[in-house]
Write a protein that binds this ligand. Structure first.
Ligand code: AMP
Ligand code: GLY
Length: 432
């Protein structure tokens, strides 16, 4: 089977890497990919990243199955187009992708379906937004309705900041057109967990839980990024929490989406806050997370291609999904200036040495220039490894990171530390 992966980041490198090891897959293509993807797959150049551009490429290359990495093509309707032309693709249709594409759609859906989430109001009018602030205490959360590349959520400590944020959203200064409508919601506290399910539109299979580290600085300080590192360990949630999330979030979502005539097929990512009131949904994404995928797929122990093929054809097969018990860690190496204005073109060294320690280095913001590998984006690399214990996985991963360098490199040294705090450094993994 020939499989095409759409996208160009660390997540897509990890997907291609895992597909390359799938017995059911004969050839992996990535469009447009990156220099790391080129090591495990054939990278295809694109005329355009529109659904039509992807379709033309898939047809020309004789692709059997297409897997979509990022949200933008899904929100643009790439799945609808492929399906209408009889091509097999794994991901949600445009209407279902609204779960990520519109925060208002997502919050209203959760309200209708009875899915636990923060209390909210939504509006497309500045003065009613300001008036609605009176219904909340501080801090309060203001979210742009549309896709905003991770910049659409502002936590406002006081009324003055909230009003200034609303001004910036409605004027377009903060996130452009994405801020023309907003959600204002109650601030939740607790630990964040990423829970991803794989759905065929009728049922949903849980992947292992993971935890992202969103801020640029250690101890969850500083501005938010796309994610500075992630780890996956079965013990991030208890068996009771897992059961609750499957019943009240995953199954409920898939059942209600089907009942409403917009069945959800694809990866359903719930960003959860584990509050004192139980797990609550902060956001839905309609794709795999980045960098959660790098850690998750490192632990995966099955034919990923066969799993996705069956799901795309309409049936998730639980017996095709298996994970190793060993926890895994992905540490992101970011460029100078990230998450602000990023400097590019810095020469990268040490990837081979890092891989010699046993780690896998996934590329995100890299490119070849004059025969050398240089930085080309905010998140540059994702250094990934597993271990018998979480402590071992962390130590292994940082040992590999220490081999790599480029000017201005930013790294958080505390990826996975929350897990260690919870379980202690010497505890064995579940069942170990
Ligand atoms: P989102 O894109 O909705 O996940 O928001 C990005 C980040 O903002 C989340 O990962 C949380 O850290 C934070 N966040 C979003 N909504 C809330 C909320 N209701 N309460 C507290 N933090 C939130
Ligand atoms: N790591 C968070 C995301 O992929 O949205």
């Amino acid at each position: 089977m020939k499989v095409l992966v759409l996208g160009s980041g660390g997540r897509e490198h990890a997907i291609a890497w895992r597909l390359r090891q799938s017995p059911s897959v004969s050839q992996v293509y990535v469009a447009p990919g990156n220099p790391g993807c080129a090591g495990v797959a054939e990278c295809l150049t694109l005329d355009s990243t529109t659904p039509e551009g992807f379709l033309a490429l898939a047809r020309r290359t004789g692709i059997d199955l297409t897997v979509v990495g990022p949200e933008a093509p899904l929100v643009d309707g790439v799945v609808d187009l492929f399906v209408s032309k009889g091509l097999l693709i794994f991901g949600p249709a445009q209407t279902a992708a609204q779960l990520e594409g519109s925060k208002i759609f997502s919050k209203r859906f959760m309200e209708r379906a009875g899915i636990p989430t923060a209390r909210f109001i939504s509006t497309d009018d500045l003065s009613s937004a300001k008036e609605a602030l009176g219904q909340f205490t501080y801090p309060v959360v203001v979210k742009a309705d549309g896709l905003a590349a991770g910049k659409g959520v502002v936590i406002c400590p006081d009324r003055q900041t909230a009003e200034a944020t609303l001004d910036g959203m409605f004027s377009g200064a903060l996130v452009g057109a994405a801020g023309a409508k907003v959600v204002i919601e109650e601030y939740l506290t607790g630990e964040e967990v990423s829970f991803i399910g794989l759905s065929d539109g009728e049922r949903v299979l849980p992947l292992e839980p993971s935890q992202d580290h969103k801020t640029i600085n250690e101890n969850d300080e500083g501005p938010n990024t796309g994610g500075m590192g992630a780890y996956s360990d079965s013990r991030i949630i208890t068996a009771e929490q897992r059961e609750f999330i499957m019943r009240e979030v995953m199954d409920r979502t898939v059942q209600h989406m089907k009942a409403e005539g917009t069945p959800f097929k694809g990866f359903l990512y719930a960003g959860l806050m584990m509050t004192a009131r139980g797990p609550m949904v902060l956001e839905f994404n309609v794709r795999l997370g980045d960098p959660e995928t790098q850690a998750l797929l490192h632990r995966m122990d099955c034919d990923f291609g066969a799993l996705l093929y069956e799901a795309a054809r309409g049936q998730v097969r639980p017996e095709l999904l298996k994970f190793k018990a060993d926890p895994s860690v992905c540490v992101v190496l970011a460029a100078h200036g990230y998450p602000g204005k990023v400097r590019t073109g810095d020469a990268i060294s040490g990837i081979e040495q890092a891989e010699q320690t046993g780690a896998t280095v996934f590329h995100a913001g890299t490119k070849m220039a004059g025969g050398k590998l240089v930085t080309s984006g905010g998140r540059v690399l994702g250094v990934t490894r597993s271990g018998k214990t979480l402590q071992e996985a962390i130590d292994n991963t940082y040992r590999a990171c220490d081999q790599i360098s480029f000017d201005g490199m930013q790294i958080r040294r505390d990826i996975g530390r929350k897990g260690l705090k919870r379980w202690g450094p010497q505890t064995m993994k579940a069942g170990g």
